[in-house]
Design a protein around this ligand. Sequence first.
Ligand code: PXL
Length: 272
Amino acid sequence: MRVLAINDISCVGRCSIAATLPIISACGVECNVLPTAILSTHTGGFEGYTFRDLTKDIPDILRHWKSLHLKFDFIYSGYLGSIEQIDLVSAIKKEFLADGGVFVVDPVMGDNGDLYAGFTPKFVEKMRALCREADYILPNVTEACYLANAPYPLDKDGAKMALTKLQGLCARPIITGITDCDGVSVCYTNEQGEICTYAHENVEGFFCGAGDVFASAFVGALARGKSEEKSILLASEFAAAAIRRSAKEVPDKRFGLNFEAEIFPFLKNLND
Ligand code: PXL
């Protein structure tokens, strides 16, 4: 089983590839990477970060991979450093996804109702087109609102309506981080096609990278042969446990989730 993670390297801040590699490897699955950009930190709350766009390096990397006849069972894309990279990801899916392989798009674009620095309405439009090619999309509430043209924020009922709209883009959308009086929920369709939500207690404090921890665990569990619904529940439990722990243990939330300390319980659940 071979996963390709297309995401940035934020050198500090425990998100993107720095979260995906350890989590998918811990699942016992080979994780190959295609870095989209290198940043000194992620962009959520830090100032003065460096940003090197790697768009121009990607065609040469792909040429080499083609000469090796590489195919991937899963392609999981996250933070993309330029609009051009959206077309590249689409081409990578066509060229490198194995027959019967799974394409997972986390349409990383924003949080808390706003787009991240450097993202534009044109990017959202292009991302919508990439979502049409995906087997699964994993937007947070902000991204779901941008993609579905829904008003921010979403409660559980709003999320169910947005999910129905997103099914016009991709058969299997999963909306994360829905916050209401019941806590934080994830909204998805189960195997019977019914729209479901799964809630955790709400924990104070916003952590950049929580979506990447969820998405990486989801892909790792799917790659280990778990069902979609089981993978969602395992990934939600893992992300929620990391958030609960980090709310107490990480004084500066910009430095990300202490997901490392929750990997063993996650693996125990995965292997049960
Ligand atoms: O985890 C989302 C993310 C990924 N990559 C970069 C980011 C963010 C969120 O801010 O800035 C570079």
